[in-house]
Design a protein around this ligand. Sequence first.
Ligand code: FAD
Length: 341
Amino acid sequence: MAAPKVAVIGAGVIGLSTALCIVETCPSSSVTILSDQFSPNTMSDVAAGMLIPHTYPDTPIHVQKQWFKETFTYLFAISNSAEASEAGIHLVSGWQVFKSTPKEELPFWSDVVLGFRPMSKPELQKFPRHRFGQAFTTLKCDCPPYLLWLEKRLKATGVQMYNRKVADLWELQREYDIVVNCAGIGAHQLVGDKKLFPVRGQVLQVHAPWVKNFIRDGDGLTYIYPGIHRVTLGGTREKDSWSLSPDPGTTRDIFDRCCSLEASLQEAQDIRVKVGLRPSRHRVRLQREVLSQGGVKLLVVHNYGHGAGGFSVHRGTAKEAARLVGECIAALRGSSSRAKL
Ligand code: FAD
């Protein structure tokens, strides 16, 4: 059988990392990325890219932990390499603070991040409105650098990338053996997934180079995430809102909330506003599917619906998607050798 042709739809963090894992684990395949947007215009470009997992209610915790661990290990190695700055990957220490003690004092990911511990009383004095806190060191992916780094690696391995909007998976059936759907919120239209919904997020990116530690309110709504060049201030979580227009009232509200956690941000300069839609589902759709139409089959692997935590688990889910592509290739080989008999 000739090299199986794989089309990956999507060039956000999920599409690019999935394509890379397919190249790494199925070297006999020929991989092409088709996407209507590339960095810096994907939803992934809006994200702060912090590795603090979001919980998917319908996915077993041990699976989520495995995805997070694989992602953390992968990015930690990059952060320790000469490529760290180009890839936009860096360690960042800080605090998650709560107005009351959370039910779960030890989140499932506490032994994956580095140095997780309860905050001391003197540390908590920095946050007079909060009663409990956790200190730890985690990783952050700066975007667009991380997406551009992934694209560069893919191009170096010969992966082709085309600007193309796919209206129907079947339009790819003649050209490709396997289609991998990493369309993020685009899957709502592409495969009509009604379980997928947008959770709108507005963030500010500011110049405040003196802010070195992350601060996250335990409610997940207000956060300050320092990157290599800019600090991301968040945010909002607006379920079922498809609007990509920044709201000036929300900008003021985010800024005030962040200043109440870190007063020095009053002096922040060059405030830029960004809006993105988190592709949300109760569980990531990480699944093999065989579509059938008039006796013709199309092998599909889905990998979308990462909601608020795509960066935190991208490498883990990409590895699993690549494993599913490997199963599809084995099935194709099986059917082509049977056809020869
Ligand atoms: P996208 O980045 O949306 O990529 C989808 C790709 O598919 C795009 O290239 C698009 O053009 C393409 N596409 C869609 N439909 C089609 C089609 N029909 N044909 C061709 N191409 C198509 N996560 C974290 O882990 N940590 C954070 O700190 C964090 N902060 C966030 C802050 C905000 C404000 C937001 C909005 C999100 C945040 N996230 C965070 C979540 C994270 O951004 C997402 O989970 C992740 O970006 C999803 O990646 P994706 O590749 O699935 O989607």
